[in-house]
Each structure stands twice: as C-alpha cells, then as structure tokens.
Design a protein around this ligand. Structure first.
Ligand code: SF4
Ligand code: FES
Length: 250
C-alpha cells in the first residue's frame, strides 16, 4: 500500500437552499492513494464529526459509475480531472501529497443547491417526463426479434442510452445547457423503430421543458462531451436539432 497523503481541501459549504454559502478550507490527513474521491470525503467527514463539526453533505449511491447520483466540480472540472469517469470512480492517486483541492457543487440556475455539494437535479427528471418514453397498450410482450434493427443503429441507440443523468454536462457548460442530456434521451428513442410514433411530439416537448427549466442553449463549446463520464457524443445534439426541425416543419 502506498504512503497516505495529507491534503488541503477547500469546499463549498452552504447550510440550506436559502442560506448564504462560502468556500471553507480543511486539512484532511491520512488519505490512502487507493481511496476514491468520495472515500476521501468520508475520511474528512469522520474527522469533522470527531471535532463536533457538521459533515459535508454530498450525493452518492452505487459508487460504481452507474447511478448518476454523485458529482462535484473538482479544481474547475465536473467529476474531476480524470476523463471518462464519475466522481466516485476518481481515485486519490491522481493527486499528490500536499495538494490543495477545490470542490464545488454543480453550478446552474436549474440545479439549486440543497446543501453543501448536494443540488436538486429534478429538472432533468421533468425533461424525461415530458416525452422520454414510448407508449404501449398492455398485453403480452412482443416477440423479441419481431422488429429487426441494424447493428450500427442499435449501437448508436445504446450509446445514447448510457447517459446516467449525472448533470456534469450542465455543470461544465458556460451556458448551463442540458442539451447533451436531452439529446441523448431524444436520440436513444429517435433511432429505434419503437420510438417513431411519438418522435415529433417527444422532441418538441422535451426541448420545451429543457428551456422552461432555465437551462441555457448550446453554443457548440463541446465542454459537455469532454466531461461526460459516459462519452456521450455531441453528434446527438445535431440529431436532436434535426428531430426538432423535422417536427416543426411537418
Ligand atoms: S450526457 Fe453525460 S454528462 Fe450529461 S447527464 Fe448524461 S451522462 Fe451525465
Ligand atoms: S455514486 Fe453512482 S455514479 Fe457515482
């Protein structure tokens, strides 16, 4: 096992949604390089609790890069400096003994801070509720191979479907746009025959909901794709725009 590190972390502390927040500096001692970033926060929280201080609130669930619960801006980068990974998959070996690490919540008007690093991402759920589904009459399940789908299309749809709804794309975008998230959800269904009956209504409603939630528009910066832990391509945004134009022109 490698030598434990001593670090300085500067974290956003905000006791509640309407309370003022500020960056607070802490020493965190004895962090194994094998620890994940969230385990480093666990170590810091144990030290804070031992001193009778309030632990830092942050979201997590699976801690395996699957659920999309975790996330913070680390040294200015959503999910931290290791590309293609969620915050729970970031390991402390990417930092050095004596480093100072800055940790902030997702910053976006549509993601209000609940406490410390925890933000309300229900705006993303409402975008999905506006049309990110297919409707079927109840009855027996259709035969699995009754609708053949080409491999290339199936793979593109699968890639879009890997979005975990973490919100890093929004946090990194200077416009706080959720276009990459919305485009992934629209693309996933627009590519498949099962998604066609509701395709026009879906694209229009989901984009309307995106705008109504207060997310910004896309100005082709590509920051979203760069931080997306699932490698969702901005080609999906082009597909979403085509879907919306098709719907508006029909
Ligand atoms: S597109 Fe990527 S960064 Fe955005 S919510 Fe989905 S997984 Fe997270
Ligand atoms: S805790 Fe589930 S993706 Fe990080």
């Amino acid at each position: 096992m490698s030598k434990p590190m001593n670090l300085k972390v500067v974290v956003w502390r905000q006791p509640g949604p309407d309370a003022p927040g500020k960056m607070v500096e802490y020493e965190v001692r004895g962090v194994p390089p094998e620890a994940s970033f969230l385990e480093m926060l666990d170590i810091l929280n144990e030290q804070l609790i031992d001193k009778g201080e309030e632990p830092i609130a942050f979201d997590s669930d699976c801690r395996e890069g699957i659920c999309g619960s975790c996330g913070a801006v680390v040294d200015g980068v959503a999910h931290g400096p290791w590309r293609g990974a969620t915050l729970c998959q970031l390991h402390m070996r990417h930092f050095s003994d004596g480093d100072t690490i800055y940790i902030e919540p997702w910053r976006a008007r549509a993601f209000p801070v609940i406490k410390d690093l925890v933000v309300d991402r229900s705006a993303l759920d409402r975008i999905v509720q506006a049309g990110g589904y297919v409707s079927f009459n109840t009855g027996s399940a259709p035969e699995a191979n009754s609708i053949p789908i080409g491999r290339e299309v199936a793979e593109q749809a699968f890639d879009a479907a890997t979005c975990i709804g973490c919100g890093a794309c929004v946090a990194q975008c200077k416009n706080a746009s959720a276009y990459l998230f919305t485009a992934a959800k629209i693309s996933h269904l627009a590519l498949l025959p099962q998604g066609q009956p509701e395709a026009k209504r879906r694209a229009l409603r989901m984009l309307e909901q995106h705008d109504a939630e207060g997310f910004g528009a896309c100005s082709n910066e590509g920051e979203c794709e760069a931080v997306c832990p699932k490698g969702i391509s901005i080609a999906n945004i082009a597909r979403m725009v085509r879907e919306v134009l098709k719907a508006r022109l029909s």
